[in-house]
Ligand binder design. Structure first.
Ligand code: UDP
Length: 329
């Protein structure tokens, strides 16, 4: 298939591009390089530096490359930042998606794979989280993704040929198994890269946000899914889409690890000391969040290959050791 990947220079998008090319698809990346890295886009993919709001240029790219499907990763994705800058989040994530969908309509492209999030559930009533649970986001980031899910449903209602799948990610982590791609967020806010930076010595320590949660060891529990397993699900979902499909899938390994367990894993994998400080809770963090991904397993036969935290952390460590400055190095 000919696939246009927005945000293909970002963490998840770049891994998706590599896997799509590996699976024999032709890939065109659109990225404005605001937070993406040109060096993360493999040379086999065509590249256009373009903003999502540029509807007509986008439509031309879609038409020129005879695109069959759009995978939409480009978005602002910091929960905390979204609380301070809600308009930027709605502008980029919601208006950006609307512009992209309009470009698709102009070019007659009707297949869409959307990067959604478990943040659309907010504080779910329990874990494991199933797709039918109530969605009530806790941040403008979560609401912006929720809005795009809503827009996709309405787009599909208006056009019976339109098909989409919204993939609700839990905590994406790890790096390409061959060490060629990894995670390089600026600023970095995610637990695993922060811990590994502390192990490497490029960061002094890591602060654990809260030790008084109602969990076995008092720290938050999350479902860490390897980025390559996540991308494999995108390709399966894209290939399965039939006109009129409207699908929603959770993507996690179905098992949670506490912050302390992730720290222990990083100590085992790196063999290094990791300096830890204990701080207060981070506002908005649910105590426990892990996925029930039965629906995608049943419908598409998806199975995560990385089911142990050490194997996920090991790929992230391999990348960081060889790229201590990320893509700048
Ligand atoms: N966390 C932490 N210290 C940090 C960053 C994260 O204790 O410096 C915790 C955070 O409270 C959450 C988990 O690690 O329970 C995963 O956080 P992350 O920001 O990686 O992902 P999120 O769950 O917010 O999507």
């Amino acid at each position: 298939m000919n696939v246009l990947v927005t945000g293909g220079a970002g963490y998840i998008g770049s891994h998706a591009v590599k896997q799509l090319v590996g699976a024999g698809h032709r890939v065109v990346v659109v990225d404005n390089l605001f937070r993406g890295h040109r060096g993360a886009v493999i040379p086999e993919a065509a590249f256009h530096e373009l903003a999502l709001r540029d509807t007509e240029p986008l439509a031309r790219v879609l038409a020129e490359h005879e695109i069959d499907c759009v995978m939409h990763f480009a978005a602002l994705a910091y929960v905390g930042e979204s609380v301070d800058k809600p308009l930027e989040y709605y502008e980029n994530n919601v208006s950006g998606a609307v512009s992209l969908l309009r470009a698709m309509r102009l070019a007659g492209v009707r297949r869409f794979v959307f990067s959604s999030t478990c943040a659309t559930y907010g504080q779910p009533e329990r874990s494991p989280v199933v797709e039918t649970m109530r969605q009530e986001p806790l941040s403008p980031y979560g609401w912006s993704k929720w809005c795009v899910e809503r827009i996709l449903k309405d787009t599909a209602s208006a056009d019976p040929q339109f098909a989409f799948v919204a993939l609700r990610y839990f905590n994406v982590a790890g790096a390409a198994a061959d060490g060629s791609l990894g995670e390089d967020h600026r600023p970095e806010t995610h637990l695993i890269p922060l811990i590994l930076q502390a192990a490497l010595g490029t960061r002094e320590n890591i602060t654990v946000f809260g030790t008084d949660y109602p969990t076995a060891d008092g720290t938050c529990i999350r479902d860490y899914i390897h980025v390559e397993d996540l991308c494999a699900a995108h390709i399966l979902a894209m290939e399965a889409l039939e006109p009129g499909d409207t699908r929603f899938y959770n993507l996690g390994i179905g098992r949670g690890y506490s912050v302390r367990e992730v720290l222990d894993s990083a100590r085992r994998v790196t063999g290094r000391e990791i300096a830890v400080e204990y701080g207060p809770r981070r506002p908005g963090d649910p105590a426990e969040l892990y996925a029930d991904s039965t629906r995608i397993q049943r419908d598409l036969g998806w199975q995560p290959r990385y089911t142990e935290i050490d194997s996920i952390v090991a790929t992230a460590w391999n990348w960081l050791k060889h790229h201590p400055d990320g893509y700048a190095g």
